[in-house]
Design a protein around this ligand. Structure first.
Ligand code: NDP
Length: 497
């Protein structure tokens, strides 16, 4: 029996309500597009305006509510997430397709982030330092920024929202949350959980709708102080321009063209396992997905044979089924975009080893499935080795030595994640020093973030900010330096008496 679609609302100024447009949209199951998961308000800039005004109105009260108390609410939210982990993971698989093992991981990452960021409520450390002048005290403290617009993608429907919402709230900001319109249900569940945990209703709003309407209205709103965006580089570019005009604080986490580098001394079976997981986990729809696998010429043949064999064995299907390895991609448009890259790869002279087409057999007929796709003989400059495909496609690239491999890794406009497989400590340390990415792995795949260390990328992957770890506090707070002069006279720094 098909589950009944949930009817969800926006939360604005402490009230759950539809959009002033009166219109709605559906969230559907990408493994079976006939299954409607939920119905949501198709909101407008007028809804956004109300949400931002409410967030502005309550900011002063929230910032003065002690940080450790703010954090207690988050700890309670973490406990609720723990209790509801399995139910939420199943819902996530239905809403965006990734297999249950992975959606459990997504919820766990949300739990980890919630507890971790809540811990910051009792730290939020500043610095004290000696003054250069006598009888003077110097310190720096963190201040909340104000109203935060959190705009999130669909590939980590719970984890990424927690990366933004929880530290933003612990730091004393109020938040207007615009989740991806492909995964509005999981986003709504997170907001409900935060309210259940005791978050005052007017501190956080959720406004559903498209990036073009709701996202754009939020980014453009003069009362939004900080935009925290995770999504495509195209979206990030548009947002940057608007924010630049208003000198608005902006944190961007965008695309990647990540690479696994297999050296001639690598444990090949381990490297194959990491490459398959990196390329085809979440159907390749991770910002850290390994879209390129660079292989040393000495192990090129052996590696290729092994990865092909393993890739061909992957089973596509509904992520709720226990023997499914790879679920659907998110929607029809993504399917088309992925297939276009297959055509481009062939046209530019790469050799298709497997996949390269939709999968519509049997129970997959009504879903958005694409066969795990391997290209070989790929040259580093080819389109499929340069652009983010965001689908289950990996490009095998042959290289001559360590130096060439690292230069291929660094030779794209992105800089999120990279990995090297080697057993030689000299290779490992050279790679750790010379790969220019925000995240570098040794003997592991390109994917799998831990919440207590910084996450983000160089070059066009980001704009210098980091999510997670204490680094994220720099996104959600401003530094204030305070001097207290208790000398009783006018002392002038650098000038003296
Ligand atoms: P999009 O950029 O299409 O969308 C991301 C979010 O932004 C959605 O909520 C979307 O709304 C909204 N949005 C889109 N355009 C605008 C705009 N002009 N103004 C305001 N909001 C906008 O990305 P995807 O959802 O397709 O996500 C995939 C991308 O995200 C990939 O490039 C991936 O690499 C990147 N990503 C990066 C991560 C990182 O940490 N570096 C982590 C995860 C993903 P809607 O879709 O509802 O219309």
């Amino acid at each position: 029996m098909q589950a009944v679609a949930e009817e969800c609302k926006n939360l604005i100024a402490g009230k759950w309500a539809g959009s002033e447009s009166g219109r709605t949209f559906h969230s559907i199951n990408p493994a079976n597009q006939d299954e409607i998961i939920g119905v949501f308000p198709l909101s407008t800039s007028a809804d956004v305006d109300k949400a931002v005004k409410a967030a502005r109105g309550t900011f002063d009260k929230w910032r003065k509510f002690p940080a450790p108390r703010r954090a207690e609410i988050m700890f309670r939210a973490g406990e609720i997430l723990v209790k509801r982990k399995e139910e939420l993971a199943r819902l996530m698989t239905r809403e965006m397709g990734k297999v249950l093992r992975e959606t459990r991981g997504d919820i766990q990452e949300g739990i980890d982030m919630t507890y971790y960021a809540a811990g910051e409520g009792r730290r939020l450390l500043g610095e004290t330092t000696p003054s250069e002048l006598p009888d003077k005290f110097a310190m720096s403290v963190r201040m909340p920024i104000g109203v935060v617009a959190a705009i999130t993608p669909w590939n980590f429907p719970l984890a990424i929202p927690t990366w933004k919402l929880i530290p933003a709230l612990v730091c004393g900001n109020t938040v207007v949350f615009k989740p991806a319109s492909d995964t509005p249900l999981l986003a709504t569940k997170l907001v409900e959980i935060l309210l259940e945990a005791g978050l005052p209703e007017d501190v956080l709003s959720i406004v559903h709708g498209t990036g073009q309407e709701v996202g754009n209205a939020l980014v453009s709103h003069p009362d939004v102080d900080l935009v925290s965006f995770t999504g495509s580089s195209a979206g990030g570019r548009e947002i940057s321009k608007i924010c630049a005009d208003q000198f608005k604080r902006l944190s961007l986490e965008m695309g990647g063209k990540n690479a696994i580098f297999v050296m001639d001394d690598a444990d090949l079976d381990l490297a194959v396992e990491g490459a398959v997981w990196g390329a085809f986990g979440t159907s390749g729809q991770r910002c850290t997905a390994a879209g390129r696998v660079i292989v040393h010429k000495k192990v090129w043949g052996a590696f290729q044979e092994k990865i092909l064999e393993k890739t061909k064995k992957l089973r596509l299907g509904d992520g709720l089924l226990p023997d499914t390895d790879v679920g659907p991609v998110i929607n029809e448009a993504r399917l088309d975009a992925i297939h276009k890259y297959t055509e481009i790869g062939k046209k530019e002279g790469a050799t298709l080893l497997c996949g390269g087409e939709r999968h519509t057999d049997g129970p997959c007929a009504r879903g958005f499935f694409y066969k795990p796709t391997l290209f070989t003989d790929v040259k580093p400059h080819m389109t499929i080795a340069q652009e983010e495909i965001f689908g289950p496609t990996a490009a095998l690239i042959r290289c001559d030595d360590l130096e060439e491999g690292i230069s291929i890794i660094n030779g794209t406009k992105y800089g999120l994640s990279a990995s090297i497989y080697t057993q030689d400590v000299r290779n490992a340390f050279t790679a750790m020093r010379d790969i220019y990415t925000g995240i570098t792995y040794v003997n592991s795949s390109t994917i799998g973030a831990e919440v207590h260390v910084p996450f983000g990328g160089t070059k066009q992957t980001g704009n210098g900010h980091r999510e997670a770890g204490t680094a994220s506090l720099d996104t959600y707070t401003e530094w204030k330096t305070i001097y207290v002069d208790f000398s009783g006279k006018l002392q002038k720094a650098q000038i003296g008496e």
